[in-house]
Design a protein around this ligand. Structure first.
Ligand SMILES: Nc1ncnc2c1ncn2[C@@H]1O[C@H](COP(=O)(O)OP(=O)(O)OP(=O)(O)O)[C@@H](O)[C@H]1O
Length: 264
């Protein structure tokens, strides 16, 4: 297996180095058009089980279109697309039902036994065990996104799709969410596709960074450095500076820096 890939244009070639014979996501020559506009233009993509992928691209490059396809939110009839049935999406806005308390938002549509207990356990995992009966409108932006994460994870998805979930948060909350997402990912190990505009975020979180342009993957970089060593100086300094700015969510569910690199 290769250590690092350069930014070579891949265009519609299959990603050659998937370490698993059976990817959890498999797209071949995927095409998406809106009217006369071709948004995704013959895309091949494999995502390995448990792999964390960040998808970068300019505005309008088709990132959300690709994510919606993987989420099953768009009708794509007749194309060679394999995705797991168990998948969950977190969007930029939490999309909580304001008339239901937090735990019911997480339990919504949950199949199987003990929805309340499972919802409670998921909310504890994201540090909101004390807000089970809170109303969504009383939550901060960071808290609401943590509820959205709990709602996704309680379904134990094989594929977790994150569409700029941190973009609307302040910097401190965003960095805390990074740590939280990483700790949850390490524990549950879903494959993750994170759509983001933030290159630094992509480098900090992902195993592999893809760049989408004009409907094609034009570059990819596999990042093998342990996450704790990625820009650790910058992170320490950032944490130090940001600790003076305060934040909306101080709790002990967030993994403190340095991030523990458990079995990457
Ligand atoms: N339902 C739709 N009907 C028509 N055009 C659409 C539809 N959905 C997306 N598009 C177009 O497809 C293109 C790609 O949109 P998409 O939202 O996937 O881009 P993006 O990379 O996620 O952009 P951004 O970073 O700004 O969110 C845009 O030109 C958009 O206008």
């Amino acid at each position: 297996m290769d250590a690092r890939l350069g930014f070579s244009a891949l265009q519609s070639a299959a990603i050659p180095d998937s370490p698993h014979p059976e990817p959890v996501v498999r797209l071949r020559n995927f095409i998406r058009r809106f009217g006369a506009n071709t948004i995704i233009d013959g895309l091949d993509l494999d995502i390995a089980p448990g792999e964390f992928i960040a998808l970068l691209g300019r505005s309008g490059s088709g990132k959300t279109t690709l994510l919606r396809t993987l989420a099953g939110l768009d009708e794509i009839g007749g194309q060679d697309v394999e995705v797991p049935a168990s998948r969950a999406v977190v969007f930029q806005d939490a999309r909580l039902l304001p008339w239901k308390p937090v735990w019911k938002n997480v339990a919504l549509g949950l199949k199987g036994a003990q929805p309340r207990e499972r919802s409670e356990a998921a909310l504890k995992e994201v540090g909101l065990g004390h807000r089970l009966n809170a109303w969504p409108l009383t939550l901060s932006g960071g808290e609401a996104q943590r509820v959205a994460l709990a709602r996704a994870l309680v379904r134990e998805p094989k594929l977790l799709l994150l569409d700029e979930p941190f973009a609307a948060l302040d910097a401190l909350t965003r960095y805390r969410m990074h740590d939280l997402v990483l700790s949850l990912w390490r524990k549950h190990r879903p494959a993750v596709l994170l759509v983001t505009h933030d290159v630094e975020e992509a480098i900090a979180l992902a195993d592999r960074v893809l760049v989408l342009d004009s409907g094609r993957i034009v570059a990819q970089e596999r990042i093998t450095a342990p996450r704790g060593e990625r820009a650790s100086f910058a992170q320490r300094l950032r944490e130090k500076l940001l600790s003076h700015l305060g934040g909306d969510d101080h709790d002990d569910a967030v993994v403190p820096f340095p991030i523990a690199e458990a079995a990457e």
